[in-house]
Ligand binder design. Sequence first.
Ligand code: MTE
Ligand code: MO
Length: 352
Amino acid sequence: MHHSRPYNAEPPPAALAGLPITPLDTFYGRNHGTVPELDPATWRLTVDGMLDRPLTLSLDELRATFPERTVVATLQCAGNRRAGLTRVRDIPGEDPWGPGATSTASWTGVRLADVLAHAGLRPGAAHIAFTAPDVNEQGGPREPYAGSVPTAKATSGEVLLAWAMNGRPLPLVHGAPLRVVVPGWIGARSVKWLERVTAQREPSAGYFQAVAYRVLPPEADPGTAGPGDGISLGPVALNSAILRPGDGERLHAGPVEVTGYAYAGDDREVARVDVSLDDGRTWAQAGLDRPDGSWAWQHWRLTLDLPEGRSAITVRAWDTTGAAQPEHACHLWNPKGYANNSWDRITVTCGA
Ligand code: MTE
Ligand code: MO
């Protein structure tokens, strides 16, 4: 748990280990304001902007009008593994999340593509913006949560407006009655408690699109950053982490199974995962789960013969474009602490 107000909760790494689908009571929670309690009976979704036929839909109408789809997708916060950046240099005002700001669920809803096609997207509508009623309480303006994705992503088949998670009604903290799920993109774009979808020329002007969730240059002061500063984050960077054993754990020398996840965002997939016992001079290839569709993390495992004393265990992944993770967090440090995808490293101590 990072905070109860707003509610921000990170599962311990071991709770995520080995499970392709994260149980609902384990899935991480990331909120910038107070969870709003919307009444599903009076709630309506407004679809407006550059459309031929703007829509207002109840949840029943949405479900009756469009075919139901289920997608298994990982959500990953851009602040996942920020703690590794904080160890390089302090990041005031942002929580030091470990490797558990990511989880995977099977999401059921309708395709945003189908809703937009029904509403008749007009030429020039290059971005689809999402708006929710919860108000930011974590620095920056006190304004409702908003974000957007380019229309090319919004109209790809994998982007859902979801009302169910792991076959159960969407829990309130995860966005009931309806949330956006943007597979392969940073979690911030998967807007919860969705009230409005707007087709527009420009990206959302909301704080979490225009100012936050952007990679500022190291010397920038995040307190004075303005709209459009830095690099906007979209697709998730290739990443991997060790989930078991735990960092600092005491074990018996001999064979020990090491497991974790690897995840390549958007249209890339994880191609290989390697583990090193000598800080990256030599590597052994881990066994990798087959992908469950292309929107979910893959778990990996390798049995290592650990000697007595201290061992450092390092992991890195490669993706299907041949790119590998960068070695050190110091090369990635940025003032808001986003997108740390450097090699993950733990140390364990083995007794006889
Ligand atoms: N949607 C709203 N309305 N308000 C929020 O604070 N947080 C975003 C996104 N959607 C947020 C939101 C962020 S930063 C992430 S990482 C994901 O939701 C987290 O989703 P989860 O809490 O279901 O894990
Ligand atoms: Mo996030």
